[in-house]
Design a protein around this ligand. Structure first.
Ligand SMILES: C[S@@+](CC[C@H](N)C(=O)[O-])C[C@H]1O[C@@H](n2cnc3c(N)ncnc32)[C@H](O)[C@@H]1O
Length: 359
C-alpha cells in the first residue's frame, strides 16, 4: 500500500452501521423539515414519469428511512397516491447493500410499509461523479456523507484527524482536497437535477469558531493508537498511513463555489445554517451516570464509521485475525479512555437547501 492510496471504505459491514449510528440519526433529524420544504417547492416533471429521490451516501439505509418517508409523503400530498416514486440509494461499491435492501424490506419504519408505488434502487459508485442520468432527479438528500473526501491527500504526521493536526502542509492539502471534492459533488448534482429540482445536504462542519468538535473522542482514539504502536501491536508506519479522510467545512467553505454571482453550475443556495447536533449519549449519561456506557457508545460511533477506513492502513498480507483484533482492541481501549472522563461532545453540522435553476 502506498501512502497516497488511503481512500474511504464503506461503513462497518454486516449491518454494523445501522446498529451503531444513533448520533447520526439524531443529527440529521433537524434537516428533515428542510427536506420536506424542498419536496414541497421542487418542480415536478410534467407527464406521467416517476418522481426521483436520490439519497447520496445512504450506507445501510436505516437512517434514510425517516427522511425518505417524509419526502415521499410531501410528494404524495402534492400529486396524489398514484404517482410512482423511485428512491435511489447511492454509496461506495463496498457498501453493505444487502443490509440496505433487508432494511427496506423488513424494518418496521421502512418507507415501503403502507406506501404503494415506491420503487427503491441502489447505485454503487462515488458521488464525486455523476451517478444517475442527467436531468432526472427531482429531489436529492445527503446526510453525514460529503465530509468524506475522495481520498486522504497525504499522511497526517501528528494525528489521524486533520482538524486536530498542527501540520500546516497536511492541513493545506486537506483544505485543497475538500474544496475540489465539494465542487465535484455540486457539479455532478447540477448535472443530475432537473430544472427546479432541489437538494438538501446535511454534513459535518466547523462552527463559527472553526471548531470541528468531537475533541475528547479524537484524543482518546489517537492515544489508543499511540499505545498500540508502543506495545508493538501496530507499526508506526501503519499509524502514519492511518488518516481519517473526513473534514469539517465552514459555512464560508460550503458557500465558496457560489461566491461570484450566487450560482455554481446552475445551482444556488436557498438556505445554509450551522447548528449543533444533539449529544444524546451525554444526555443519557447525565441521567444514569454510567461512565462505561458513555465510553462504549461514543466508541461505537467511531467504530461504525471510521474504524474500517483506519483498518485499511494495516499492512496487507496474511491477516490471521489481526484486523479483527485491531478493531476490538481499538474499540475497547477507546471506550475505556472516554469512560475515564466523560465530557459532552460538540457536534457542529451544516444543513443546506440548494436549488437547480428553473428553465
Ligand atoms: C456516516 S455514513 C452516513 C449514512 C447515512 N446517510 C446517515 O445519515 O447516517 C457516510 C456514508 O457516505 C458514504 N460515502 C463516503 N464517500 C462516498 C462517496 N465518494 N460516494 C458515495 N458514498 C460515499 C460512506 O460509504 C457511508 O456509507
Amino acid at each position: 500500500m502506498t501512502e497516497a492510496s488511503v481512500t474511504p471504505t464503506a461503513m462497518e459491514s454486516h449491518g454494523g452501521y445501522n446498529l451503531r449510528s444513533q448520533v447520526q440519526a439524531a443529527g440529521l433529524t433537524p434537516a428533515v423539515p428542510m427536506l420536506e420544504r424542498a419536496a414541497s417547492l421542487a418542480a415536478l416533471p410534467t407527464g406521467p414519469q416517476s418522481l426521483v429521490i436520490v439519497d447520496y451516501g445512504s450506507s445501510q439505509g436505516h437512517n434514510s428511512l425517516l427522511p425518505m418517508a417524509a419526502a415521499i409523503d410531501v410528494f404524495r400530498g402534492r400529486c396524489g397516491p398514484d404517482r410512482e416514486i423511485s428512491v435511489v440509494h447511492t454509496d461506495l461499491p463496498d457498501n453493505d447493500f444487502a443490509a440496505l435492501f433487508h432494511t427496506l424490506l423488513n424494518d418496521p419504519d421502512s418507507y415501503l410499509k403502507s406506501r404503494a408505488g415506491i420503487f427503491p434502487f441502489a447505485v454503487g459508485r462515488s458521488f464525486y461523479e455523476q451517478v444517475v442520468p442527467s436531468g432526472t432527479v427531482t429531489l436529492g438528500w445527503s446526510s453525514w456523507a460529503v465530509q468524506w473526501l475522495s481520498k486522504a491527500p497525504e499522511p497526517i504526521p501528528d494525528q489521524v484527524q486533520i482538524s486536530y493536526s498542527r501540520d500546516e502542509e497536511a492541513r493545506s492539502a486537506y483544505a485543497s482536497q475538500a474544496k475540489e471534492d465539494w465542487e465535484n459533488f455540486l457539479r455532478a448534482r447540477a448535472q443530475e437535477l432537473h430544472a427546479g429540482g432541489k437538494l438538501v445536504v446535511l454534513t459535518m462542519a466547523v462552527d463559527e469558531h472553526g471548531d470541528f468538535g468531537y475533541k475528547p473522542l479524537v484524543e482518546a482514539l489517537y492515544a489508543a493508537l499511540l499505545q498500540m504502536v508502543e506495545e508493538g501491536f501496530i507499526r508506526s508506519e501503519e499509524l502514519h498511513r492511518m488518516a481519517i479522510p473526513t473534514v469539517g467545512r465552514s459555512k464560508e467553505d460550503l458557500l465558496a463555489p457560489f461566491k461570484t454571482d450566487g450560482k455554481f453550475d446552475g445551482l444556488q443556495v436557498e438556505e445554509a445554517e450551522i447548528f449543533y447536533g444533539e449529544d444524546h449519549i451525554w444526555a443519557e449519561y447525565e441521567q444514569h451516570g454510567d461512565a462505561r456506557a458513555f465510553g462504549m457508545k461514543w466508541s461505537a460511533f467511531s467504530r461504525a464509521s471510521v474504524f474500517p477506513t483506519m483498518a485499511e492502513a494495516l499492512d496487507p498480507g496474511k491477516d490471521n485475525g489481526r484486523l479483527a483484533r485491531f478493531i476490538e482492541r481499538l474499540d475497547s481501549d477507546n471506550a475505556a479512555r472516554l469512560a475515564q472522563k466523560p465530557e459532552p461532545m460538540l457536534i457542529p453540522l451544516c444543513r443546506m437547501l440548494i436549488s437547480k435553476e428553473s428553465e
